[in-house]
Design a binder for this molecule. Structure first.
Ligand SMILES: NC(=O)c1ccc[n+]([C@@H]2O[C@H](COP(=O)([O-])OP(=O)(O)OC[C@H]3O[C@@H](n4cnc5c(N)ncnc54)[C@H](OP(=O)(O)O)[C@@H]3O)[C@@H](O)[C@H]2O)c1
Length: 312
C-alpha cells in the first residue's frame, strides 16, 4: 500500500518536531506548514530548514488566510495538527476550527489528527476550573470534525515523559531533584508516561491503519504505567540515594493555585486529575478506542528507567 502524504501543522513545536521526524522516518512524503507569522524567529526558521534538509517539503500557509490552508491540505492525504495547548507555553486549540473548515472545503483528506496528545478530553467532562478549558476546547474541535464528517484519529498519549519524569511527578520543575520530593497524597496513584518520540512514532503508525479510523488511540506502554512512588524508586536506584519524602494532600494541592497566574492554575488542575484522581488509568478502553502498544508491538518503546538515565 502506498504511504499517505502527511501535512504537519505546528511542526516546530515540542511534539510537532518529533512528528515531522517520525513521519520522515516511516517513509511518508512529509509536508510542514510554514507560517509567515513566525517572522524573524530564527530558531523556527532554522528548524524548518533542517526538516527540509531531511526531506520534508515546507508549505506556506496561515491561519489568517483560509485559501492558503485549503491549498496546503489539498497536497496531502493526512493532516496532523500539533498546535500548542499548554498554557505555560501557549494555548491555541480553537484555532484548529479554521483548519477543520479548510479540510472540509478541500474535501480530499482521508484522516485528520487534531492536537490532543494528552488525557482523553471525552473523559474529562468533570474536570475542575480553570484547567478544564484544555479539555473543553479539544471537545469543541472534535465536535466540528465529527459534524463535518471528517475521518479522524484522536491520540491520547498520556503524560509526556519530559514533564512528568523531569519533575518526578511534581509541578513546576523539570529536572529531577537528588535531594527531596513531595509526594502527591500517598504517591500511589498510577499514571502513564510516554517518551515523546515514541508518541510520534505510534501516531504516525496509526495514520494509514484502518483499525484506528474514527477511533481514539490510547498509548499505554505496559512498563510505563507507574505511580509517582514507583517513578521515584526508579530514580533513587539510578542515583544510588534515597530522597527525602514529604507529602501534599489533594486539598492543599488545589488550594496552592489561589492567587497564582492563570497558566499555573490550569497546570495545577491537570496535575490534580492525573496525580490524585488517576484520570489516565481509572478506566478500561472501550469500543471507541484501541491501544497502540498492542497494535504496533514492533515499536520498542522507551522505558521510564531508560528515559531517566539521561538525568543522572
Ligand atoms: N500529555 C502531555 O503531558 C502534554 C504536555 C504538553 C502538551 N500536550 C499537548 O500536546 C499538544 C501540542 O503541545 P506542544 O506543547 O507540543 O505545543 P507547543 O510546542 O507549545 O506549540 C506547538 C506549535 O503550535 C504552533 N503555534 C503556536 N502558536 C500559534 C499561533 N498563534 N498560531 C498558529 N500556530 C501556533 C507553533 O507551530 P508553527 O510555528 O510551526 O506553526 C508551535 O511550534 C497540545 O494539544 C497539548 O495540549 C500534552
Amino acid at each position: 500500500m502506498e504511504k499517505s502524504k502527511v501535512l504537519i501543522v505546528g511542526g516546530t513545536g515540542y511534539i510537532g518536531k518529533r512528528l515531522v521526524k517520525a513521519s520522515l522516518a516511516q517513509g511518508h512524503q512529509t509536508f510542514v506548514l510554514n507560517r509567515p507569522e513566525i517572522g524573524v524567529d530564527i530558531e523556527k526558521v532554522q528548524l524548518l530548514l533542517s526538516f527540509k534538509e531531511e526531506g520534508a517539503r515546507l508549505v506556506s500557509g496561515s491561519f489568517h488566510d483560509h485559501q492558503s490552508l485549503v491549498n496546503a491540505v489539498k497536497l496531502v492525504d493526512v493532516v496532523i495538527c500539533a498546535i500548542s495547548g499548554v498554557h505555560i507555553r501557549s494555548h491555541q486549540i480553537l484555532l484548529q476550527l479554521k483548519l477543520v473548515e479548510a479540510i472540509k472545503e478541500a474535501g480530499n483528506v482521508k484522516r485528520f489528527l487534531p492536537s490532543e496528545f494528552g488525557a482523553d478530553p471525552a473523559r474529562m467532562g468533570h474536570a475542575l476550573e480553570p484547567g478544564r478549558v484544555t479539555f473543553d476546547d479539544k471537545m469543541v474541535v472534535r465536535k466540528a470534525i465529527e459534524e463535518a464528517a471528517i475521518p479522524f484519529t484522536y491520540i491520547s498519549c498520556n503524560s509526556f515523559a519530559g514533564y512528568f519524569l523531569g519533575g518526578l511527578g511534581q509541578l513546576g520543575t523539570i529536572i529531577p531533584s537528588t535531594d527531596s520530593v513531595v509526594l502527591n497524597g500517598d504517591g500511589n496513584v498510577k499514571g502513564i508516561i510516554v517518551e515523546e518520540y515514541d508518541i510520534a512514532m505510534y501516531t504516525i503508525k496509526s495514520i494509514d491503519d484502518p483499525r484506528t479510523l474514527n477511533k481514539t488511540v490510547y498509548i499505554r506502554p505496559p512498563e510505563n504505567i507507574l505511580s509517582q512512588r514507583e517513578v521515584v524508586q526508579i530514580w533513587e536506584k539510578l542515583i544510588g540515594k534515597e530522597l527525602h519524602k514529604s507529602s501534599i494532600s489533594a486539598e492543599q494541592f488545589l488550594s496552592s493555585m489561589e492567587g497564582q497566574p492563570y497558566a499555573h492554575q490550569v497546570a495545577v488542575v491537570h496535575y490534580y486529575h492525573v496525580c490524585f484522581e488517576g484520570c489516565l488509568t481509572n478506566f478500561e478502553i472501550g469500543e471507541e478506542g484501541v491501544e497502540a502498544c498492542e497494535l504496533y508491538p514492533e515499536i520498542k518503546y522507551t522505558t521510564v528507567e531508560e528515559y531517566m538515565k539521561r538525568y543522572v
